[in-house]
Each structure stands twice: as structure tokens, then as C-alpha cells.
Design a protein around this ligand. Structure first.
Ligand SMILES: Cc1cc2nc3c(=O)[nH]c(=O)nc-3n(C[C@H](O)[C@H](O)[C@H](O)COP(=O)(O)OP(=O)(O)OC[C@H]3O[C@@H](n4cnc5c(N)ncnc54)[C@H](O)[C@@H]3O)c2cc1C
Length: 310
């Protein structure tokens, strides 16, 4: 082909999607480079017990699970380096140049697996009690709050839907919403209002998350009256949205209104040779196992693409 490449496949992000893509690419004997702006591990490395990753009948700690993902990819000679991707140049017919704060890398195919960050409240106590009562994912953490009182913050479909899911475990779910009506669709609202475990706290925001070692209570403020109150809860689910880490793709790949990368079922973006997998393209499920599965799909599709370059 007469072109110089640093690798066959360059993977952006070392979470469940990126490390699974790395495993599949490296094991197919593609020269594979994975870049992460932090340590590899992604979101799951920030949590404690993971109970729903298949193959682990006993809970496994998030950091330990992600160390296993990392060593499995490295066993097949995937190179892992730190670097924050700033942009990608796809103007050439084959070469994809990835610009990072650590220099440029040339690859035949790029898999974007840069994940998404849950939106946070930004209030005192939130960061410290993350994983100790403060959660951003009811599907992941609801079973830890069996027969306890929890709060769900938000008023959209996700907040109300996940709030309803929480009622299968918790004995009460207080939905805290800054307005006096929900943004969720009518049918979801009707179901939520009919559920005896759901309680609605209107016109209210959370201004502080309080607890010594684990969450004990929330400080709330009514935005109309400025009155403050406290709510004792064991869990606080912050369900106010998710922000995909896709700024560096703006102007290159098609993104949806929220910034998720648009892909087809082969995880191809609209740009040949650029694939996307995991939470950065999945606005719906956002689970470790789905991200891993999508990473596998993207790597297989990237291999097929490279094989057909000639
Ligand atoms: C607290 C918490 C608990 C959770 N618990 C569970 C659970 O119990 N079970 C479950 O199934 N799921 C759980 N999840 C969800 C799960 O972690 C995610 O669905 C999964 O991590 C998504 O994997 P990913 O590879 O798509 O993205 P991520 O894990 O977000 O990884 C993306 C990686 O990309 C890197 N990155 C981002 N931008 C750049 C850039 N510009 N350049 C280079 N690198 C970049 C990031 O540093 C990160 O390492 C939890 C999530 C959180 C936050």
C-alpha cells in the first residue's frame, strides 16, 4: 500500500468496549494500539461491587474486573498508552491520523470507545459518596437497596422509568424534580402516579448530599419558596442525563442531538474506517456487558474493513 502506519487498529478508550475491541483485534493478529486519557478501566473501575457481569457468580469489584479485561487484551500484545484524543483526520483514502496530546498516530481503522459520563448534580458531598449511596444507574445498583428508602432525581423518561424499576427493591422512592410536572411521556407518568411506592417532591432541588461513610440524607430546597428540608435516604439515584465523550468527533462523524455517535448494526460510522462502540453510541442500555459486546462487533467489523483494503 506504500503507507506508513503506527498500527492497524487504534482504539480510543479503555473501558469495557475498548478493551474488548482490543482483545478481539489483537487476537486476530492486527497490530493494536489502545489510547486512554486516564488509566484503562473506564467507568466500571470507579464502582465497587459488580453483580451482573456474566461469568462471576460472586460479586467482583469494578477495578478488579477491569484489570482482568486489561491483562486479557495485553496477553495478545495489545499496546496500551495514555493520551487524550483531540481530533481525527480522515481526509486521506486509507490513513486515519489520530491527533492526541501525546502526538499523532496513524492507523488503518479507528474504533471510538470513549464512553459517556453521567451528568452530576455538582453539590457538596456528591463526589465523596459516589458508590456509597450515590449512584447514576438504577439497573446497576437497585438491588443494593432492598427494603430501603431511596431518592431518584430527575423528571424525564429515564428518571421515572428507573424510579419505577427501583420500586421492585426499595420500599419507597422519592422522585425529586425541580419543576411541578414531569417531562416523562404521559403513559409513563400515569404508571408512576399509580405506583404506591412512588412519591413526588415537586419544585425541589438537592443542594447537598450528607453522610459520614455512606449516604444518610439529602438537603433539599424548594425553588419556589426557598424553604429547605432534609430527606433521609440510603440511596440517591441521579438520573438527569448522560453526556457522551464525543466532542473530538464533531464535524467528522454524524452524532445525534445528544452527542451519541450514529452507527449501523456493524458499528460503522458514516466515515469509512471509523467505528464506534459502547456508551459513546448507545443511548439506551449503557451496561458493561452490552458495551463489551458492541466492542467485539466493532473489532470484527474493523478487521473485515482492513482485510478488504487490499
Ligand atoms: C458508578 C457506576 C457503576 C456502574 N455499575 C455497573 C454495573 O454494576 N453493571 C453494569 O453492567 N454497568 C455498570 N455501569 C455502567 C458501565 O460502567 C458502562 O456501561 C461501561 O463502563 C461502558 O463502557 P465503555 O467502554 O463504553 O465506556 P467507559 O467505561 O466510559 O470507558 C471510556 C474510556 O474512554 C476514555 N476516554 C474518553 N474520552 C477520551 C479521549 N478523548 N481520549 C482518550 N480516552 C478517552 C475514558 O477515560 C474511559 O476510560 C456503571 C457505571 C457507573 C458510572
Amino acid at each position: 500500500m506504500g503507507q506508513e502506519f503506527d498500527c492497524d487498529v487504534l482504539i480510543i478508550g479503555g473501558g469495557c468496549a475498548g478493551l474488548t475491541a482490543a482483545l478481539y483485534a489483537a487476537r486476530s493478529r492486527l497490530k493494536t494500539l489502545l489510547l486512554d486519557k486516564l488509566q484503562p478501566g473506564g467507568q466500571l473501575a470507579t464502582t465497587s461491587e459488580v453483580e451482573n457481569y456474566p461469568g462471576f457468580p460472586e460479586p467482583i469489584l469494578g477495578p478488579e474486573l477491569m484489570e482482568r479485561f486489561t491483562s486479557q487484551a495485553q496477553r495478545f500484545d495489545c499496546e496500551i498508552r495514555s493520551g487524550q484524543v483531540k481530533s481525527i483526520d480522515a481526509s486521506g483514502p486509507v490513513v486515519r491520523v489520530v491527533h492526541t496530546d501525546e502526538g499523532d498516530f496513524r492507523a488503518k481503522a479507528v474504533i471510538v470507545a470513549s464512553g459517556a459520563d453521567p451528568k452530576t448534580l455538582g453539590v457538596p458531598g456528591e463526589d465523596r459518596l459516589r458508590g456509597r449511596g450515590v449512584s447514576y444507574c438504577a439497573t446497576c445498583d437497585a438491588p443494593f437497596f432492598r427494603n430501603k428508602a431511596v431518592a431518584a432525581i430527575g423528571g424525564g423518561n429515564t428518571a421515572v422509568d428507573e424510579g419505577m424499576y427501583l420500586t421492585k427493591f426499595a420500599n419507597s422512592v422519592s422522585v425529586i424534580h425541580r419543576r411541578d410536572e414531569l417531562r416523562a411521556t404521559k403513559i409513563i407518568q400515569e404508571r408512576a402516579f399509580a405506583n404506591p411506592k412512588m412519591h413526588f417532591v415537586w419544585d425541589t432541588v438537592c443542594t447537598e448530599v450528607v453522610g459520614k461513610d455512606v449516604l444518610e440524607k439529602l438537603v433539599l430546597k424548594n425553588v419556589k419558596t426557598n424553604e429547605t428540608s432534609e430527606l433521609e435516604v440510603a440511596g440517591c439515584f441521579v438520573l438527569i442525563g448522560t453526556k457522551p465523550n464525543t466532542e473530538f468527533l464533531k464535524g467528522l462523524c454524524e452524532l445525534d442531538d445528544l452527542g451519541f455517535v450514529k452507527v449501523n448494526e456493524r458499528k460503522e460510522t458514516n466515515v469509512p474506517g471509523i467505528f464506534a462502540a459502547g456508551d459513546c453510541e448507545d443511548a439506551v442500555w449503557r451496561q458493561a456487558v452490552t458495551a463489551a459486546g458492541f466492542g467485539c462487533s466493532a473489532a470484527l467489523a474493523a478487521k473485515h474493513y482492513i482485510d478488504n483494503l487490499g
